[in-house]
Structure formats: structure tokens, C-alpha cells
Design a binder for this molecule. Structure first.
Ligand code: GDP
Length: 333
């Protein structure tokens, strides 16, 4: 078994870690490909890589950006990203795309998105890893975030399509969660789950230009009111609402000002330290859960039993409860 905690360090991985820390772009891409791999020997190398990179991580502003398809995420992130690189920041954009899990169609994976930002030498864009489970995709994105931080990116943006669980997963890896909404206001507001509203640190109403300008300002008022009714995510820190037009570049600098102010408040109050500590602990348990599941599925006895046990459950001859107990008892994971 590969157990990186006890095994001899692999010299190639140590070399890769050094290249990542030196900011070599090819090494960064290679390291992220490594963390995205599910092969057991690659998982062991990933664990070593992350251990070696860990002292160089944690210094970036970690920002989650979420919103429904078509709300304007790519244009917004591109505009924000270019604004940030013009200020001298180095920006990594990573994606958690639930639609990439079934591999076929990926909403965020489209290569033509954010073309100008992709060409910027101070930006790095990585589409969502595909396949596996949402938990698996989130786990690989978290790891990619550490790699990007070690490579010297001081702003990491994690993008996700707003379709439920993925917002919570992204919220668990960032400092500040930004929700993008269209100028629709009222009706759309009803469509946003309360659970998602509870995650919001900064709410951005997009497309505030042309005919939609007034509607956007109206919607901002509605959202301000709605957020006011919700228990604040961090005690004593109110979420912010801002209108933007990525098309015209309006409000983008204001979003960044609000994000940094938010992050500063969190840092100064000590909330950021405890937030990241909680996130790291939650990540540990996620790793344990995913790791146990991987081992269980790879277990010989489980593989022997599954072809009879699974159909028995499907056909109602065996309860899922006793089937699960049997599989767990007979495996040695
Ligand atoms: P995503 O699916 O959330 O990534 O959304 P996109 O960024 O691809 O934008 C969806 C559509 O909205 C595209 O046709 C964009 O041109 C348009 N759009 C995005 N931002 C703005 C904006 O600030 N103003 C206007 N008028 N249209 C925008």
C-alpha cells in the first residue's frame, strides 16, 4: 500500500514541489493534473506534494463566485480578473462544475470562456475536473487551490454554477462567497434557496446597463431587504449588495473593494483563522469519507458480494440497512 505519511518521499514529487514554488507554469499544470488523478499511486504522490507545499499556502484571498447559468459569471470573472492583474495581483480561477461530473456536457468547461484573462500571464484558468462525484470534484479543486497558492497566486477564485450543493462545497473552501444574480429581482429572488442566501458575503446584481439598468438597481434593493431578514453568516458582519456591468466595467472595482474589506474584517476579528481551521477539519473528514469509500469499493470481498447484494436491494429482497452492514462487516477497510 502507498502510505505517504510513512513512505520514503518520492524525489520526483519533491522536485515538482520545488518547481511549483518557483512559479513554473508547466509545473503548476503538471501538479494540478496530478492532484486531479484518482489513481492510488497518484493520490499518494498528491499527499506528499501537498505536505511539501503546505508551508507556502494560505496567503491568498480565497473567493467563491456562484450564480445560475447565464447570469454573467464568465464575463464578471474575466473583468474582475483583469482588474486584479492590472493592480499587480496574480489570479487563479478554478471551477467546480456539477455538470462536468457526468463528464459529457460541462457548463463551465467551455474553452472559449474568459479568453482575454486566459491570455494574461498573471492569470491561470483551470476548468472543472470531470467525472467522479461532486465531493470528488470539490476535493480536487481544494487541492488545486493549495497548489496555485504555493505557485504564488495571491487571489484564487473558485467558480461554480448555482445548482444546489455545489455552492455549499465552494463556500467550505473560500473566505468570501460572492453570489451573482440577474436584474430580475422579485421572481428570481424567490427561486434562490434560502440556504444559498445564507452563504452570501457579497451579492452582485449583474448586467446593470442599457434597459436593465433600472431593474438592476431595483433588484439590489429587494436583495438588500431579503438579506437583512437572514441571520448574518458571520456575527456582526452584514453582507453587501452591489450592482455591476461587466460589459461596461462598472462596479467591478467596487466589488473588489467590498471583498477586501470583508476579508479584512474577518482577519482583524480572528474569524478568518477560525473559519479556515473549521474548513480544514471539515476537509479532513471529507477526505476520510471519500477515502473509506474508495477503499471499500476496491475491496475484494466487497467486489465479490456486490453483484448479488446490489440486485437484492434493488429488488426489495434485502434491506439497504442490512446490505450495508454486511458489506462493511465483511470488508476489512
Ligand atoms: P455565465 O453562464 O454565468 O458564465 O454567463 P456569461 O458570462 O456567459 O454571460 C451570459 C450572457 O449574458 C452573455 O450573452 C453575456 O454577453 C451577457 N452578459 C454578461 N455580463 C453582462 C453585462 O454586464 N451586461 C450585459 N448587458 N450583458 C451581459
Amino acid at each position: 500500500m502507498n502510505r505517504s505519511v510513512t513512505a520514503e518521499p518520492d524525489p520526483d514529487t519533491t522536485a515538482l514541489a520545488a518547481q511549483v514554488r518557483a512559479g513554473e507554469r508547466r509545473a503548476l499544470a503538471q501538479a494540478i493534473t496530478l492532484v486531479e488523478s484518482t489513481r492510488p499511486d497518484h493520490r499518494a504522490r498528491t499527499a506528499q506534494l501537498l505536505d511539501e507545499l503546505l508551508p507556502s499556502t494560505g496567503n491568498a484571498a480565497r473567493i467563491g463566485v456562484s450564480g445560475a447559468p447565464g447570469v454573467g459569471k464568465s464575463l464578471f470573472i474575466e473583468s474582475l480578473g483583469l482588474h486584479l492583474t492590472s493592480l499587480g495581483h496574480r489570479v487563479a480561477v478554478l471551477a467546480v462544475d456539477p455538470s462536468s461530473i457526468r463528464s459529457g456536457g460541462s457548463i463551465l468547461g467551455d474553452k472559449t470562456r474568459m479568453e482575454s484573462l486566459a491570455r494574461d500571464p498573471n492569470a491561470y484558468i483551470r476548468p472543472s475536473p470531470s467525472g467522479g462525484t461532486l465531493g470528488g470534484v470539490a476535493r480536487r479543486t481544494r487541492e488545486a487551490m493549495l497548489v496555485a497558492e504555493a505557485a504564488g497566486f495571491d487571489v484564487v477564485i473558485v467558480e461554480t454554477v448555482g445548482v444546489g450543493q455545489s455552492e455549499t462545497d465552494v463556500d467550505q473552501m473560500v473566505d468570501v462567497f460572492v453570489l451573482l444574480v440577474s436584474p430580475g429581482g422579485g421572481d428570481e429572488l424567490q427561486g434562490i434557496k434560502r440556504g444559498v442566501m445564507e452563504l452570501v458575503d457579497v451579492l452582485v446584481v449583474t448586467k446593470a446597463d442599457g434597459e436593465l439598468r433600472n431593474a438592476a438597481h431595483q433588484a439590489a434593493g429587494d436583495y438588500r431587504h431579503a438579506l437583512h431578514m437572514i441571520r448574518p453568516k458571520h456575527k456582526g458582519i452584514e453582507p453587501d449588495v452591489v450592482v455591476t456591468s461587466a460589459l461596461q466595467g462598472d462596479g467591478i472595482d467596487q466589488v473588489w473593494t467590498l471583498i477586501t474589506a470583508h476579508a479584512k474584517t474577518l482577519r482583524d476579528s480572528g474569524a478568518l483563522t477560525s473559519l479556515r481551521a473549521e474548513q480544514a477539519k471539515a476537509w479532513l473528514w471529507n477526505e476520510i469519507r471519500e477515502g473509506l469509500l474508495d477503499r471499500l469499493k476496491a475491496n475484494e470481498r466487497v467486489q465479490e458480494l456486490l453483484p448479488t447484494v446490489e440486485p437484492a436491494v434493488a429488488e426489495g429482497r434485502l434491506s439497504p440497512t442490512s446490505a450495508a452492514q454486511r458489506l462493511l462487516n465483511e470488508s476489512d477497510v
